[in-house]
Design a protein around this ligand. Structure first.
Ligand code: SF4
Length: 377
């Protein structure tokens, strides 16, 4: 009998970048060829030692970073081959590569396609060179345009472009110009995040001329309106897609599909266990894949943990969460657990129930951080 396998998502972290952007707090930095080789060996060893997941089928793979396109296409091909040997892949698996302008060329892009990558996510951030410079990006807008055209020519029919609002000195007009210029290029997906100044970054040490809260709110409201003009629908707080091009990997994450993450700082959720790998790249490489040496914060989730995650991850999506699914997973009716908080936000018209689903309203999305935090029991 052909039993249906459970979906499994894979994440592979490539921690190398040409240089550090001023706002970046990801585990990333420049790496020599020798470091990349040692890293590939450690990654391969980690995959070898990982859970077999023999009852699962890989539905999505995401290579993030860092800048995965900084390393040769050959290294990514070897890792993909390793993953394919270890796991059963679904025929239509979504396989995404994060890439940055200034690191892409025709040969690499053709190599990615051959290895099975069918989605590419390109970091643009802004169409204004002065803003790109301020962010410490390595590329100009013209270089982004060139990378975008090369990706299309290589056969990528599913492209995401990342943009950032709330930048130092950014006016509403400049943000809108970034949105419209990218939307006109017609990628299938746009991620539009607002800048968060994280501790430990170059930006955190500077006096930044950031847009005020009201301007930020207006920028956010404009984003949905402008992108809708070009056929993009918002399906998550910061993500917009053309019909049928939502990012399946991210949706799986928000729906708490099992996932295994490889590389430093990569997180995993598997059979109700969560863990995060060490963020120390040198320690990661030295441990050479031994799970007991690289995994930190390993925990088995209680029912309460799982319920909280179900709520604050699921409510990020504009479609919201299925109340029947909540009951199916936890054996409790959602109002019996969250009645008070639901009444409070429904009364404020920040949450709504519709056809068995519960979702944030448009006003609720703009204050989502506060609401989602209220679902911690
Ligand atoms: S390219 Fe991305 S990961 Fe690399 S330094 Fe810049 S923001 Fe960080």
């Amino acid at each position: 009998m052909n039993q249906k396998r459970k979906p499994l998502e894979l994440y592979v972290h490539i921690p190398f970048c040409i240089r550090k952007c001023a706002y970046c707090d990801f585990v990333s930095g420049p790496g020599t060829k020798a470091m990349q080789k040692a890293y590939e060996a450690a990654l391969t060893a980690e995959i070898d030692a990982a859970e077999e997941a023999s009852e699962c089928e890989v539905s999505t793979v995401f290579f993030g970073g860092g800048t995965p396109s900084v390393v040769g296409a050959g290294m990514l091909a070897c890792i993909m081959e390793k993953l394919r040997k270890k796991y059963v892949f679904s025929k239509n698996a979504e396989i995404t590569l994060e890439a940055n302008p200034g690191t892409l060329d025709e040969e690499k892009l053709n190599g990615y396609r051959k290895s099975g990558f069918n989605r590419i996510s390109i970091g643009c951030q802004s169409v204004h060179d002065d803003e790109l410079k301020r962010l410490g990006r390595i590329h100009t807008f013209a270089e982004f345009q060139e990378s975008f055209a090369l990706a299309r020519a290589a056969g990528f029919t599913n492209i995401n472009v990342d943009l950032m609002s709330g930048l130092p000195g950014q006016s509403k007009a400049k943000w809108e110009e970034s949105l419209r210029t990218i939307a006109k290029l017609s990628p299938e997906h746009i991620s539009a995040y607002s800048l968060i100044v994280e501790p430990g970054t170059l930006f955190a040490e500077q006096n930044l001329d950031l847009p005020d809260e009201e301007t930020e709110r207006e920028m956010y409201a404009e984003t949905e309106k402008i992108l809708a003009e070009y056929g993009f629908s918002r399906y998550e707080i910061s993500n917009y897609a053309k019909p049928d091009y939502t990012c399946r990997h991210n949706i799986g994450y928000w729906n708490r599909t099992d996932y295994l993450g490889f590389g430093p700082s990569a997180a995993s959720l598997f059979e109700n266990r969560r863990w995060t790998n060490t963020a120390d790249v040198a320690a990661y490489v030295k441990a050479c894949g031994a799970p007991e040496k690289i995994r930190e914060e390993e925990e088995t989730l209680s029912m309460q943990d799982a319920m909280e995650e179900f709520m604050f991850l699921g409510l990020r999506m504009t479609g919201g969460i299925s109340m029947a699914e909540f009951e199916k997973q936890f054996g409790k009716e959602i109002h019996a657990v969250y009645g008070e908080v639901l009444r409070k936000y429904e009364g404020m018209k920040l949450l709504q129930e519709h056809g068995g689903y519960l979702s944030l309203t448009r006003d609720g999305i703009s204050v989502s951080n506060v609401i989602l935090a209220d679902f911690l029991l």
